[in-house]
Design a protein around this ligand. Sequence first.
Ligand SMILES: [Zn+2]
Length: 136
Amino acid sequence: MQREEVVRVLGRNGITITPQRVEVGEVLFSRAQHVSAEQIIDEIKQHGKSVSKATVYNTLNRFVAKGIAKAVHVNPERTFYDSVITYHHHFYNEDTHEITDIDPASLVIQQMPEIPPGTELQDIEVVIHVRNKQDI
Ligand SMILES: [Zn+2]
């Protein structure tokens, strides 16, 4: 996504435009990818610009709240930000810390528990944790 398009998307979603938010958006939406906040900070720095950690986290959380990015929490210490917001699931490799997409058509949920009274289903997102085979 080019800078002008990032500005348009942020504006359309009621996100106040700041140079830092546009910077974060440019990195995140540059391609279909899963990135950590740290990776985004590193890439912004590589472009010779500086941005605070707090700004990046706040911006990413704002993007997620507005539905223009997805947060994938693979464990309490690790969150990936996904530039693809269409319905899909993920594999997470505990050894390599790689996250990859699962086509939703390849994962069928056959039975669901009753959801708690007074609630409605919002989303189902599956993270399948794998690890490299151990040599025997
Ligand atoms: Zn994904």
